[in-house]
Design a protein around this ligand. Structure first.
Ligand code: ZN
Length: 147
């Protein structure tokens, strides 16, 4: 567990300093805003869908290191997945940060967030971007098509 903890600190520091996919998507098929009043984290998630595929995902916002790192890693984890896979991954991630996942390896790089389950107040920070992505996917306008 101590290796995972060290890795967690490294990953959170890296992603919170230089969040990936940190920009708006002007041609997004869907977007949603999320806010975590407990901590002051805010995020705006943009998704470009191609059929059922999350072709691109990006975000803007501000918040604590955990919320930024989790959001940044989320964009990397879901890009190229189907909507269904993305929602299933969110469910597994949510179990992970609430201490319910037996086998964190299933989550790949996201497994470093297992330690968050020890700090209940941080669960909302880590899952804010995921909740917001889910809202965007569920409220998504049909992607524009020329056919
Ligand atoms: Zn936070």
């Amino acid at each position: 567990m101590s290796d995972l903890r060290e890795l967690y600190q490294e990953v959170v520091l890296d992603h919170s300093k230089a969040p990936r996919n940190f920009h708006a998507l002007p041609d997004a098929s869907a977007d949603a805003e999320g806010f975590n009043p407990l901590c002051g984290d805010q995020v705006h998630v943009y998704v470009t869908l191609e059929g059922d595929l999350v072709k691109d995902v990006a975000l803007t916002g501000n918040g604590c290191a955990i919320s930024k790192a989790s959001a940044s890693m989320m964009t990397q984890a879901v890009k190229g997945r189907s909507r269904e896979e993305t929602l299933a991954l969110f469910e597994r991630f949510h179990w992970l940060v609430t201490g319910g996942v037996q086998d964190p390896d299933e989550l790949g790089k996201l497994a470093v967030f297992a330690g968050v389950s020890e700090f209940p107040v941080r669960v909302k920070c880590a899952s804010l971007a995921w909740h917001t992505l889910k809202a965007a996917l569920e409220g998504a306008r049909a992607p524009v098509t020329t056919e």
